[in-house]
Design a protein around this ligand. Structure first.
Ligand code: AMP
Ligand code: MG
Length: 415
């Protein structure tokens, strides 16, 4: 681990500086495990998958029709048929054809398939006559062996998170087990005397715990094992002991709340006593304050996220997500960003990134437009529910006028 992210002290960081400092902390990915293909969905591949076969295995018909060896006379004699799953072994000579179904291997020497719609078949005479012969061309309607994936070539790269299409592709190569990165174990806490477990009676000054539940959803969508350690009261010893314990069993520890400079904000001092505090002032909104550091002898990464539920989700998406993906070996991950026309004025201050909750739409011409969900307070979690994107207003920009271009991050895999 480098020292740089601790040397940054209490200075104000921009989001890119914070991301760069964070990425230095995770130099290696977690260990790997071998899993059956059916258990590997959404996991990250630990090694390249090389195809043991040509896909398709045989040069085959892309249409139902007849197969022949070019050139084609107008009338052909039908010498057999070949169905998918079967072979026709005798080479075809000039003027001969076989009827063939989609996916069936071409007989030796055959190189062209003519579909039924271009033929008059006479079953009794066992002949096929081509109409509009000028529309038939050499090599048509044929899929070549290995044209999708050649034997020995890389089918899926290490570091790929496996989507349903990867599962199908790997299965089509006959692969039934895989080396994947093990799940990160992530311990989560909420903090605050007012924070109440759903299902319990709400005290007069209480607020139900939202953050452990949104965090769990985000973490599970990222393939993590969640170690839910509950709600911590605002007492320094309680927080210190809980963090120390969590660090012995987790690959990452995340808390929410208790990181501002208020009287009951004990997360930072706790971190300083049992680990090391990294940067904690980031020029973004929502999302300030945010603490980062490492815990215990193993240097387990720690995030002290803000208490407000929107800020928790935004900081998770921007900072925790890239680190968790890196831990899983997904190195080049970036959020998806689109440009959109702002359909309303938006408030922003220069010198910090503003993330608004947005609703984008695509107009008849294909142009993306975006407006905000309305009130943008960082405690208004219904704004995340109404939104389908985060609007990202760069630090260099102040208020946005209607009609200006802005960036957005569409909600996707996690949200
Ligand atoms: P704090 O940073 O601890 O001062 O928290 C900031 C705001 O977020 C306060 O209004 C807290 O009540 C609220 N908050 C903190 N933790 C949670 C939580 N787990 N769920 C919902 N709101 C919370
Ligand atoms: Mg608090």
């Amino acid at each position: 681990m480098t020292l740089s992210c601790f040397a940054l002290g209490e200075q104000m960081l921009d989001v890119d500086e914070a991301l760069a400092a964070l990425s230095e902390l995770v130099a290696t990915r977690l260990s790997t495990e071998r899993l059956p293909l059916t258990a590997a969905a959404r996991r990250v591949l630990a090694e390249d998958c090389v195809s043991p076969i040509d896909v398709p295995q045989n040069t085959n018909a892309a249409m139902d029709g007849i197969a022949l060896a070019w050139p084609a006379p107008t009338e052909l004699s039908l010498v057999g048929e070949v169905l998918a799953g079967h072979r026709f072994e005798r080479p075809l000579s000039y003027g001969e054809a076989v009827t063939i179904t989609t996916g069936a291997p071409l007989p030796p020497g055959a190189d062209t398939v003519i579909m039924h719609e271009q033929l008059d078949l006479d079953a009794r005479a066992r002949t096929a006559r081509i109409h509009q012969a000028q529309r038939v061309s050499h090599g048509q309607n044929v899929r070549h062996a290995g044209e999708d994936i050649a034997r020995g070539s890389r089918a899926v790269r290490a570091g790929t998170r496996l989507r349903p299409q990867h599962m199908g592709l790997l299965a089509s190569l006959g692969i039934d087990d895989l080396e994947v990165v093990r799940r990160p174990r992530v311990a989560i806490f909420s903090t605050g005397d007012e924070v109440t477990m759903p299902g319990e009676a709400l005290g007069e000054a209480g607020i139900y715990d939202a953050n452990r539940y949104s965090l769990r959803g985000l973490l599970e969508a990222l393939g993590c094992e969640v170690d839910d350690l509950g709600i911590l009261v605002d007492r320094p010893e309680a927080i210190r002991d809980a963090l120390a314990h969590a660090a012995t069993r987790a690959d990452m520890v995340i808390t929410s709340g208790g990181v501002s400079s208020g009287q009951a904000d004990w997360v930072k001092p706790a971190l300083s006593s049992i680990g090391r505090l990294g940067f904690w002032r980031i020029a973004m909104r929502p999302g300030r304050p945010l603490a980062f550091g490492v815990l215990g002898e193993d240097g387990v990464p720690f995030f002290g996220l803000p208490g407000n539920p929107v800020a928790v989700m935004v900081t998770f998406l921007q900072f925790v997500q890239p680190l968790l993906r890196r831990l899983q070996g997904e190195h080049a991950w970036q959020p998806t960003r689109w440009k959109a026309i702002a359909d309303e004025a938006m408030h922003s201050r220069s010198g910090r990134i503003d993330f608004h909750r947005g609703i984008y739409r695509v107009d008849e011409t294909g142009q993306v437009h975006v407006r905000t969900t309305g009130q943008q307070g960082s405690g208004i979690l219904s704004s995340m529910v109404a939104a389908n994107c985060l609007i990202e207003i760069e630090a260099s920009r102040a208020d946005i006028g209607e009609g200006e271009t802005v960036l957005l991050q569409p909600f996707g895999e996690l949200t």
